[in-house]
Design a protein around this ligand. Structure first.
Ligand SMILES: Cc1cc2nc3c(=O)[nH]c(=O)nc-3n(C[C@H](O)[C@H](O)[C@H](O)COP(=O)(O)OP(=O)(O)OC[C@H]3O[C@@H](n4cnc5c(N)ncnc54)[C@H](O)[C@@H]3O)c2cc1C
Ligand code: SF4
Ligand code: SF4
Length: 1020
């Protein structure tokens, strides 16, 4: 049998050139051999890292057949991969990694006629949520509802024998697969299904396993955990059932179940036939609040008797972390009996589902009564409402990610995170394990599947220091407890690198030997994902770690202030040290990058914004995770090579980093939606600053960056604005400009005006003195785009505010101020990597605004990307206390007016709208949760019925959509949902606050979108 080699990591050369050439010639898909591409596939959501020798992104089944043939000839191992969300290192290996998730994801056939026997056959790269979206109209679903449903592929779920929150009702993956067609290691295709009907190679393999297992029956009876949640090793118990829930209804043997949970080591799945379930028509949720964690655990065994479809735990740490996360705060508070209470130690989410609502409401009453009997009257928050339930499940699903948002090198580590014990022992087991953590100077946060005795817990360990030692010690003590309570050491996430060595501990030498024999029978050359399940390495071999003790960050002085990330944490209290004390040679930038834990949450397509570039390309490199990994490898010197070696102080200034940053539209979607808050837009500024320092700025960079400087000059020279606009009317001029600057000729440019905000008939701006006298006062920040190109928006805002009784002071330089140009937030400079110039402009603006902000006066702006620069980047540029004060007062017009409305200071009487209103939120508006105020205000217009367009980034993103090399990507982003939604409502008023969003809508849907200021003003 093939032993896996010691960690090849970054010293291993890629695929030998003759083999990569051969592959490239024979496959339609992409073959990636460069260090950065391999590095992006070197990790999953585990603590491990192993560089693949190459990556294949196949376009067809034929591509995979070619790869298997090449692997057979050359002896190069193969590692099938889906979303790469495994937590145990299953998808890391020195192999040819094959990514099924981009193209290999079709529904092949389905039989949905009888809902009780419905099946579907899919390719392995199909994502669970996408399958369920397809099934929903048929009243069906695939019920293995893993938390990573938006990322996990069916192939990966089968590879890991994944289990969902509702496994108590539906079972694990193994209970829900009818058949698998798979390539064996030698490339032969075989069908795995009912053993009784098997023929040919499948029958031979089935018979082989059966004989082995028959001989082992006493061993299996003695050592096999009798819980439903056991996923270690291969499912030998197909022949001698041991699971609480039978794998098949009639206890017959299905050979596909041998492949489920095999982690890519036995065969490469080509298609999977799945057993579907009826989608329950109704669900209700009872959230039980507990003052003691032990009590929560002890109650689970009683609660399951009520027949719930899920009982899920959220512990105190997670409750607190959710409360501190703006995206989750409101939701978690709806689950608490007293939202202000500090005493909730745990909550259990108890779900009941069925086809009738009334009996479910009765179940909630039963739960309430049960809790009273158990001494906890009034402890249940009842949630019959589907929207509330959905939000709370989202928070629960984001559990691990929320915990991972802990800053510093100590992180919650997966290695005993899914041991399963019988329910009657759950309270004692969790208490004893908590004691083990305490003994080793750490603690764990508990959550997840109380219904089946699988609680997730990850002690906080620092893998760069003493983490490996503690990991071993804790694992050994945890294992003793699991044995004492007759549980399973590996209960959900699989074996991979962290639990492979525990297979023999769990099953004993004879069964372990049988697993090795089975592996040899299926894969004699050891080509398929070597080192997983059979011949695993030690879990704590630091040669496999992503952060081994030898991990080093390059000394860098970043342009922005990242000190908030440069901290360490206390694993017991989770308190973090003061900003700047974490010992990061990159002053916090590296630690901010390292916040990405690779969980893959950014691989999503449905709701919210993150990550627009991945949504159009499905490339790992165009994903927040791919970017964070590339930055991490760059800043720790793991991917530089002779052809792409940056100067020592500019480690991010490489072509490899440029490649991943190219399609990042700086939408800040990740800042809000990435559960660990990876802020790629800010990192892009750092990268740009370094890259441009190394390679220089282009003419286009300068044209974009200096726009706020030259706009006043162009506007001032008679006739020049009209001359500039000729470019929009004479295609040849646009072509010449494209050739000279790289600004696409396909785009019209914003129209220059000779009458703009600063030279139009003077509006009565309030002087500082008048402002001081008023009790309704506001400072308006006129950004460059609004002032010179769309002054009607500023005028509308002024009219609206003044008619509503506000004294409005417009921020303009006083005579005594050094800066005499109209103020600018510096965004165009930031977008071009000119951080120092941005700082100069921002600092002038902040100095001007600070006295007003100090008096508590609102600073109101119209253009989201400009205004939010004051709340975001300005705080990381060393601008001191003034920047803090200004940021607290900076608001979009709608944020200001919505809050004034709440306090009855803004009570408009709008005319009814003759048209419906559609709202597109600017990405930065969404990132700062500033879309709801817009909707709230628009709802004040009678008959408006404003509807939010569920859209990601519009694709224009500042100058991105104007750039010749990005115009197609820009259009694709707009076509994902924004433009189709607008076309569907030809009669609607379209509200869009971003100037570039309006431009995209005009170009792509031939509709004029309006700033909210205009829409509100025209209804006055
Ligand atoms: C935050 C978080 C929450 C999670 N929650 C859950 C949960 O609720 N329940 C749960 O069970 N797991 C959970 N997981 C673990 C993981 O998401 C699941 O195991 C998931 O099903 C893996 O899917 P994937 O597409 O990412 O597979 P990958 O990680 O890409 O692959 C998983 C395994 O399948 C193999 N494989 C992939 N494709 C094939 C193929 N075509 N043929 C043969 N083998 C193949 C791989 O080699 C690998 O061994 C969670 C992980 C994270 C990070
Ligand atoms: S960027 Fe954020 S969402 Fe994406 S994998 Fe990393 S931590 Fe997860
Ligand atoms: S800023 Fe936007 S495009 Fe860039 S990584 Fe984050 S979500 Fe993706």
């Amino acid at each position: 049998m093939t032993k896996i080699a010691p960690n090849p990591s970054f010293t291993l050369s890629s695929l030998p050139p003759e083999i990569s050439t051969k592959l490239q010639q024979q496959v339609e898909g992409e073959v990636l051999v460069d260090g950065a591409s391999r590095g992006r596939y070197a990790t999953d959501a585990s603590i491990y890292q192993q560089f693949p020798v190459a990556v294949l992104v196949p376009k067809s089944a034929e591509d995979i057949e070619v790869a298997l043939a090449v692997a057979n000839e050359s002896g190069i191992p193969v590692l099938p991969r889906g979303g790469g969300t495994s937590q145990c290192g299953q998808t890391t290996g020195a192999a040819l990694v094959i990514d099924n998730s981009k193209h290999f994801r079709k529904i092949l056939s389905s039989d949905l006629s009888d809902p009780d026997h419905a099946t579907v056959e899919v390719e392995p790269g199909m994502v669970l949520d996408h399958l369920n979206t397809h099934l929903k109209p048929h009243g069906l679903w695939y019920p293995v509802d893993v938390s990573t449903a938006a990322q996990a592929t069916i192939g990966g779920m089968a590879g890991n024998n994944s289990c969902g929150s509702r496994s108590i009702a539906y079972g694990n993956m193994v209970h829900n697969v009818f058949g698998i067609d798979a390539w064996l290691a030698d490339g032969e295709l075989a069908s795995f299904g009912a053993y009784s009907e098997s023929t040919g190679r499948t029958k031979v393999l089935g018979d082989y396993v059966k004989h082995l297992v028959d001989d082992l029956k006493p061993e299996i009876d003695a050592h096999w955990p009798k819980v439903m949640r056991r996923v270690a090793g291969y499912n030998l118990d197909v022949f001698h059932p041991q699971s609480e829930l039978p794998y098949t209804l009639d206890n017959s043997v299905n050979l596909s179940h041998l492949l489920v949970g095999s982690e890519g080591t036995l065969a490469y799945f080509k298609s999977l036939t799945l057993k579907l379930a009826r989608l329950p028509k109704h669900k209700v949720l009872g959230v039980v609040n507990f003052a003691s964690f032990y009590q929560a655990m002890d109650s689970a065994q009683h609660i399951v008797k009520l027949g719930p479809t899920a009982v899920e735990l959220v512990d105190r740490t997670m409750i607190d972390l959710s409360r501190n996360n703006p995206a989750f705060r409101k939701t978690i508070e709806t689950a608490l009996v007293d939202a202000n209470a500090k005493t909730v130690d745990a909550i259990l989410l108890v779900e009941f589902s069925g086809d009738e609502h009334a009996p479910l409401l009765q179940k909630l009453q039963d739960l309430d009564a049960l809790m009273s009997d158990l001494g906890l009257p009034g402890s249940v928050v009842m949630m019959p409402d589907a929207a509330m339930q959905k939000n709370l499940w989202e928070v629960r699903k984001a559990g691990l990610n929320i915990m991972m948002s802990l800053k510093g090198d100590g992180k919650p580590v997966s290695f005993i995170e899914d041991c399963a014990v019988p329910l009657e022992h759950l309270a004692d087991y969790t208490q004893a394990l908590t004691e083990v953590f305490r003994k080793h100077g750490t603690r764990g946060t508990w959550y997840a599947h109380a219904s089946v005795g699988t609680l997730h817990v990850r002690p906080i360990l620092d893998m760069r220091r003493d983490g490996a030692l503690k990991m071993r010690a804790i694992a050994e003590e945890a294992a003793e407890l699991v044995r004492k309570y007759k549980g399973a050491f590996s209960g959900e996430h699989g074996d991979g690198l962290c639990r492979g060595e525990w297979i023999s501990w769990q099953f004993g030498p004879k069964i372990t030997e049988a697993l090795a024999k089975i592996k040899t029978q299926f894969d004699p050359k050891g080509l398929l994902n070597p080192g997983k399940i059979v011949n695993p390495p030690k879990m704590d071999d630091s040669a496999y770690f992503r952060y081994p003790p030898s991990y080093q960050v390059i000394n860098v002085q970043p342009k922005l202030d990242w000190s908030a990330w440069n901290v360490q944490n206390n694993p017991v209290t989770e308190a973090v040290t003061a900003a700047g004390t974490g010992g990061d040679p990159a002053q916090g930038l590296a630690k901010a990058i390292e916040m990405c834990n690779n969980n893959g949450h950014c691989r999503k397509f449905d709701a919210d914004v993150m990550c627009p570039s991945y949504r159009i390309t499905r490339n790992e490199k165009d994903l927040t995770r791919g970017r964070a990994n590339t930055l991490r490898l760059a800043i720790s010197g793991q991917i530089s090579n002779t052809s792409d070696r940056p100067p020592a102080h500019l480690p991010l200034a490489t072509h490899a980093v440029k490649e991943v940053m190219d399609l990042c539209v700086s939408c800040k979607g990740c800042k809000r939606e990435c559960p660990t808050g990876v802020d790629m837009a800010k990192m892009k500024i750092e990268y740009l600053a370094q890259y441009k320092e190394r390679f220089g700025h282009t003419l286009r960079d300068r044209l974009v960056a200096h726009l706020p400087n030259y706009a006043p000059i162009i506007a001032r020279i008679p006739g020049l604005p009209a001359l500039m606009n000729l470019r929009n009317h004479i295609p040849l001029l646009a072509k010449i400009q494209e050739w000279l600057t790289g600004i696409s000729a396909q785009r019209s440019l914003p129209v220059w005006k000779s009458t703009h905000f600063w030279n139009q008939a003077p509006l009565p701006f309030a002087s500082p003195e008048e402002l001081a006298k008023s009790d309704k006062r506001v400072v308006l920040f006129a950004d460059t785009f609004s002032a010179y190109f769309e002054n009607e928006n500023l005028q509308a805002a002024l009219t609206l505010l003044q008619k509503s009784g506000y004294a409005v002071h417009v921020a303009q330089p006083r005579k005594d101020e050094k800066e005499q140009k109209p103020f600018c937030c510096g965004r165009t400079y930031l977008a071009s990597g000119m951080v120092n110039k941005a700082k100069t402009r921002l600092s002038a603006l902040i100095n001007h605004l600070a006295p007003y902000a100090n008096e508590g006066i609102a600073i109101v702006g119209l253009e989201p990307s400009c205004l939010f620069t004051l709340r975001d980047e300005a705080l990381t540029m060393g601008l001191g206390e003034s920047a803090q004060v200004v940021s607290k007062q900076a608001q979009l017009l709608e944020e200001f007016l919505a809050s004034e409305h709440k306090s009855n200071r803004f009570v408009p009487r709008f005319k009814a709208s003759a048209q419906p209103i559609l709202v597109h939120g600017h990405c930065h508006q969404k990132a700062f949760a500033a879309v709801s105020p817009a909707l709230e205000l628009l709802k004040l217009i009678p008959n408006a019925n404003p509807q939010l367009i569920e859209s990601s980034c519009c694709g224009m993103a500042g100058s991105f959509g104007y750039e010749v090399e990005h115009i197609e990507a820009s259009k694709q982003m707009a076509e994902l949902s924004l433009l189709p939604s607008i076309r569907k409502e030809p009669n609607a008023i379209v509200v869009a606050d971003g100037t570039s969003c309006r431009h995209q809508i005009a170009d792509g849907a031939s509709r004029e979108a309006m700033h909210i200021a205009r829409v509100l003003e025209m209804h006055l």
